[in-house]
Design a protein around this ligand. Structure first.
Ligand SMILES: [Cu+2]
Length: 131
């Protein structure tokens, strides 16, 4: 009598576990690639006052490819000026779409901080290598 109860409870418990797993998983972080146009690539530049530098000493891009350049500050207030591309990205204006022309291939383009941010400001630089 009531032999069916245990298997039935087991099934209910399993379903409940699956339900919990499905609902308690943290929300998927929104992909950084979301919002990119087709064929567009992301170039992220992050600046910090720790060492007065950009997160990479060299950023690599491909000539002829359209990039969404996203700038952000990790610590302090900085800007990323890319004079060769006529861009100055700041906290207020952190994004730009840009295609490095084929004529830039093989060139190294300078990025420098465009906002007076402190004692390391004058040497706060990085480069974009166009391949
Ligand atoms: Cu600066």
């Amino acid at each position: 009598m009531f032999k069916w109860i245990m298997p039935a409870l087991l099934v209910v418990a399993c379903l409940f576990a699956v339900y919990l797993l499905a609902n308690d998983l943290p929300a998927k972080p929104e992909s950084e690639e979301a919002g990119l146009a087709e064929g567009q690539e992301l170039l992220k530049i992050t600046a910090t006052s720790a060492g007065y530098k950009f997160d990479q000493a060299e950023y690599h891009v491909k000539a002829g490819t359209n990039y969404k350049i996203k700038f952000s500050n990790k610590l302090g207030v900085h800007g990323a000026a890319i004079q060769a591309a006529n861009l100055d990205l700041t906290q207020e204006n952190p994004e730009a779409d840009y295609t490095f022309p084929e004529s830039d291939k093989g060139k190294t383009i300078e990025i420098h901080c465009s906002i007076m941010c402190g004692q390391g400001h004058s040497t706060m630089k990085s480069t974009i290598v166009v391949e």
